[in-house]
Design a protein around this ligand. Structure first.
Ligand code: UDX
Ligand code: UDX
Length: 424
């Protein structure tokens, strides 16, 4: 079986390299010519652990092309992994719809299986199937196969998933997909299209709910004087709750959790259902940013408005700043007249494109803190934990330490002479 992947983003490129490592021949198309040129030269255009190395290793099984039609003709299985969006109160499917139009321009799609990886509103796959079968007849097959990979663990998550969800409408497609994923040892859940689409939204909405839940409890811990980290441990040990995604802080961001949550609320509204719980999850997440900013303002009243920030990506381990809570905190602080010195191990280039105003950028974490009143930790890079806090303190003018990710051990930070603030 030969595979094509349309869209060489985090999802598309990961699955392309992943399938190539399983021995499949994979052709990759992206409308962004720069990306394809990078890939033709053996360079991954995005930061993902292990991806660049594996890309080089399995290069013989990979082909990158600027030509959409070549992509289609060369394969039996066609993955669509272009990005979908939610902006200004609406679902944005223009990239996805464009791809479907490009597919419709083909002469023949006989015996090809179009597999949708992009997260799409419930009912989309059914419409795509109708449209494609309407033009090409019953010999074209359609499936929806959501991707659950996390950035920073993308390859690992693709090759060792907790489950593979497959939305199919007929037995032949089921057999083809079983064969495709044969080498991956994970439960395979075959369901109808709409159920598969809902599983994707529900998974991300649930993870978002867990985070807003723990953030609300953390806010209550602050009010009542309890310790959120121990509360998280205490409830997480209950297997029914589970310990993952109970880390309090400035909230969730990234290209998926906020978007999928808002989309589900929007889809519900269109059907005249008010998704009250999900809307509160969204609200708690948004307010977490201003709560944190208020905490900073209150503590720093009367101090020079010079602040260092470590971490701008939406979480540690990635250069991705899409919907990053760190960016939101920084923007609010700039508006309030603060001067920001920013350090991030990988995301500075992306941050430069997004931030305006009083920000300077540092490749060195110690230079960033020099003569500053406060240090904010806004994404959870593990490597921050091995930074030299004694030297950090020596270089600072004042010793305010705001940990927006509850990353550091409070006692340890305090023992270095800092005034430590976190969530809960
Ligand atoms: C993926 C999914 O596709 C999205 O639906 C899901 O909700 C999140 O994960 P992701 O891989 O993160 O998106 O997106 P991105 O990194 O932006 O990659 C998408 C790629 O598709 C880009 O490289 C873009 O250039 C390409 N693209 C977009 C096309 O090739 N054709 C288009 O018409 C539009
Ligand atoms: C998410 C889903 O986990 C993945 O299954 C889906 O395919 C894509 O969306 P990702 O966007 O890579 O993956 O990030 P994730 O690790 O889920 O983190 C999302 C956000 O939540 C980050 O901003 C992170 O910092 C935040 N988070 C996570 C918390 O604030 N607390 C936690 O306990 C966990």
């Amino acid at each position: 079986m030969e595979i094509s992947v349309i869209g060489a983003g985090y999802v598309g490129l990961t699955i392309a390299v992943g399938f190539a490592s399983l021995g499949y021949k994979v052709t990759v198309y992206d409308k962004d010519e720069g990306k394809i040129n990078f890939l033709i030269n053996g360079v991954a255009p995005l930061q993902e652990p292990g991806l660049g190395d594996l890309l080089k290793k399995v290069n013989n099984n990979l082909e990158f092309t600027h030509n959409f039609d070549d992509t289609i003709s060369s394969s039996q299985i066609l993955f669509i992994a272009v990005n979908t969006d939610f902006k200004n109160g609406k679902v944005r499917l223009s990239n996805f719809n464009r791809t479907i139009k490009q597919i419709l321009r083909q002469k023949n799609l006989e015996d090809k299986t179009v597999v949708i990886k992009s997260t799409v509103p419930i009912g989309t796959t059914e419409n795509v199937e109708k449209t494609l079968k309407g033009k090409f007849g019953n010999k074209v097959r359609v499936a929806f196969n959501p991707e659950f990979l996390r950035e920073g663990h993308a390859l690992q998550d693709f090759l060792n998933p907790d489950r593979i969800v497959l939305g199919v409408n007929d037995k032949v497609t089921k057999e083809i997909l079983l064969q495709l994923y044969e080498a991956i040892n994970a439960p395979k859940l075959f369901v109808d299209f709409k159920t598969a689409e809902m599983i994707k939204y529900a998974s991300n909405a649930f993870l978002a709910t867990k985070i807003s839940f723990i953030n609300e409890i953390a806010n209550l811990c602050e009010i009542f004087g309890a310790d959120i980290r121990k509360v998280s441990d205490g409830i997480g040990l209950d297997k029914r709750i589970g310990k993952d995604f109970l880390n309090a802080g400035i909230g969730f961001g990234g290209s998926c959790l906020p978007k999928d949550l808002k989309t589900l609320i929007y889809l519900a509204k269109q059907k005249k259902y008010e998704a009250k719980l999900l809307d509160s999850v969204r609200l708690v997440n948004e307010e977490q940013i201003s709560r944190f900013v208020k905490k900073i303002e209150k503590a720093l009243r009367g101090k020079p408005k010079k602040i260092a920030v470590w971490g701008v990506s939406f979480k540690g381990g990635t250069d991705d700043i899409r919907d990053s809570p760190a960016i939101k905190v920084i923007k609010q602080l700039i508006k309030k007249g603060y001067e920001i010195s920013l350090y991030d191990p990988k995301a500075l280039q992306n941050a430069k494109k997004e931030l305006r105003g009083n920000v300077s950028y540092f490749d060195n974490y110690l230079e960033a803190v020099s003569e500053k009143s406060a240090l904010l930790v806004l994404s959870d890079w593990r490597e921050f934990l091995s930074f030299d806090l004694d030297e950090t303190r020596r270089r600072m003018k004042d010793y305010y330490f705001f940990d927006g990710r509850n990353l550091f051990n409070p006692e340890e930070v305090k023992s270095k002479g800092f005034l430590y603030f976190c969530t809960g």
